[in-house]
Write a protein that binds this ligand. Structure first.
Ligand code: NAD
Length: 508
């Protein structure tokens, strides 16, 4: 079946049309639409509206209109909405996981894992009174007090990728909302239903209409958010070329922009590591969510002396991975689209053509699922040349490459010369080597015997180099800084001694 046909039989289980969420209600679009697939079936199960510039403009206007009342709502009332949302999402997470599996393809347990990480940020948002309060200095000069306030920005845009349809919107929205902003969320058009479900749940939690808006769309919608004068800030997550474009365009239009991009995450394995545990970690981090995670391990950097043994252990453990429909008892689901599946298959061929050794070739149609699904099984490629596109580019699929190095220093140099700097890990039992790695590696998130070092909600998430543009990471304290503006007030209560002529610059 082609990628544009709508399968009416399967559409019965899903909404046939996925609407926007504007001013607290579902609104059909009046512009173009795009098909939304169930990747495990390979068929389109619904259609999503793609907003025009005018429709996005109207959505921004409703958000702007909702802002003054939301900003001024008491901290106590805002906080109770944040708590209520947390209770609702915890009790209904299974429902959300099913939506994620149907449109993204990841297996149900993995969808629940994504929601668990999102809930960390929802919980952090309940602590906003502590994290947005200002400071006060009494008697900075005699009778003069100086204090700071943290105020919301206004309307902020969130633009999210397909690979975490619930977690990435919830990396940003809870903190932006708790800090008093109104949010216009533009989720990925490939799996947009989770965002509408989240917005409806926020309404049930008591969020006033217009405070959280969801507009679906593609470049036209994104460009409107980036250029519209009533949008104060934009949080973006996606591929590096689009992240750079978003950063440059939004900044040129005077917005505060944080744009998180793609990745190529290396796992350095030293000879003293426990190779069984390390092989398990490489398999889990390489193939979870079919490798469609920005923190997936895509390159195992093995020191020569243990490389053969490690490769054999990884290959053996991969044999236990059940690939198939995420609604069944499988470990790994399909890729997001047929086009992406073909692109990933192309990288496997490129690696082979460039002289790498295909230890496990996942271009094999035997899976526990519909033959039309967008399948690639786990793939292991050894001795990948570092000048091959299969090494240099982000594959974003279930493909683990092994690159062999002579020493720790050569491995470190390889990682540091990579243009991406999202995540990395070292596997070793040598504390001194691990400490040296933590100090020397040029990457934003580092795991020591932890293959996917996604920071917990009260720290912040963000890479270095081509994996991020702009200042300000996702969640943690950084997020409160990003979504608020500091104002500093200098105050005194007048008495007659303050009179008289004095043109000098005020000093204390
Ligand atoms: P993508 O860049 O194709 O799309 C991301 C968003 O940008 C979507 O909402 C999409 O509609 C929009 N978009 C796409 N093309 C656009 C264009 N030409 N102009 C304006 N907007 C456009 O990314 P994706 O395929 O949805 O997601 C996968 C990518 O996201 C991978 O590169 C992955 O590494 C990255 N990612 C990074 C992180 C991180 O935290 N660094 C997290 C998750 C995903």
């Amino acid at each position: 079946m082609t990628e544009t046909a709508v399968d009416t039989a399967n559409a019965a289980a899903a909404p046939t049309s996925i609407p926007h969420w504007i001013a607290g209600r579902r609104q059909e679009g009046s512009n173009r639409t795009a098909p939304v697939f169930n990747p495990a079936l390979g068929t389109a199960v619904s259609e999503v509206a793609l907003a025009s510039a005018d429709e996005v403009g109207e959505a921004i206007a409703t958000a702007k209109a909702a802002f003054p009342a939301w900003r001024d709502l008491s901290i106590a009332k805002r906080q109770s909405i944040m708590f209520r949302f947390r209770e609702l999402i915890v009790s209904r997470k299974d429902e959300l996981a099913q939506i994620i599996t149907r449109e993204h393809g990841k297996v149900h347990s993995d969808a629940l894992g994504e929601i668990a990480r999102a809930i960390e940020v929802v919980e952090l948002a309940t602590a906003f009174p502590l994290l947005t309060k200002g400071e006060y200095s009494e008697n900075a000069s005699t009778g003069v007090d100086v204090y700071s306030l943290r105020q919301p920005l206004g309307v902020v845009g969130i633009i999210s990728p397909f690979n975490f349809p619930a977690m990435v919107p919830l990396w940003f929205a809870p903190i932006a909302l708790a800090s008093g902003n109104c949010v216009v969320l533009k989720p990925s058009e490939k799996d947009p239903s989770a965002s509408v479900w989240i917005a409806e749940l926020y309404q049930e939690a008591g969020l006033p209409d217009g405070v959280l808006t969801v507009v679906h769309g593609d470049k036209e919608a994104v460009d409107t958010l980036l250029t519209h004068p009533d949008v104060e800030a934009v949080s973006f997550v996606g591929s590096t070329p689009i992240a750079q474009y978003v950063y440059e365009t939004g900044s040129k239009h005077g917005k505060r922009v944080q744009a998180l991009g793609g990745a190529k995450n290396h796992m350095l394995v030293l000879p003293d590591a426990d190779l069984d545990v390390t092989a398990d970690a490489a398999v889990n981090a390489g193939f979870g969510s079919a490798g469609e995670r920005c923190m997936a391990i895509s390159v195992v950097v093995a020191v020569d002396t243990i490389a053969d043994e490690l490769a054999a252990k990884i290959a053996e453990k991969m044999g236990a991975i059940r690939t198939g429909d995420g609604t069944r008892d499988n470990d790994m689901g399909p890729l997001i689209t047929g086009a992406h599946r073909d692109k990933v298959a192309g990288y496997i061929q490129t690696a082979a053509d460039d002289g790498a050794t295909l230890l496990v070739d996942g271009r094999d149609p035997e899976v526990d699922g519909d033959p039309n699904g967008f399948w690639i099984k786990p793939t292991l490629i050894d001795k990948v040349p570092t000048d091959s596109a299969a090494y240099k580019e982000e594959i974003f699929g279930p493909v683990l490459s092994i690159v062999r190095v002579a020493s720790y220093e050569e491995g470190l140099e390889l990682i540091n010369s990579n243009p991406y700097g999202n995540g990395t890990a070292i596997f070793t039992n040598d504390g001194g080597a691990a400490r040296r790695f933590q100090n020397e590696v040029q990457v934003g998130m580092v795991g020591i015997n932890v293959p996917i070092p996604v920071p917990v909600g009260y720290h912040s998430f963000g890479g270095w180099k081509q994996s991020i543009f702009g200042q300000g990471k996702a969640y943690g304290k950084h997020a409160y800084d990003f979504y608020t503006r500091e104002k500093v007030v200098t105050s005194r209560w007048l008495d007659p001694s303050h009179g008289g002529l004095n043109l000098g610059f005020p000093s204390n």
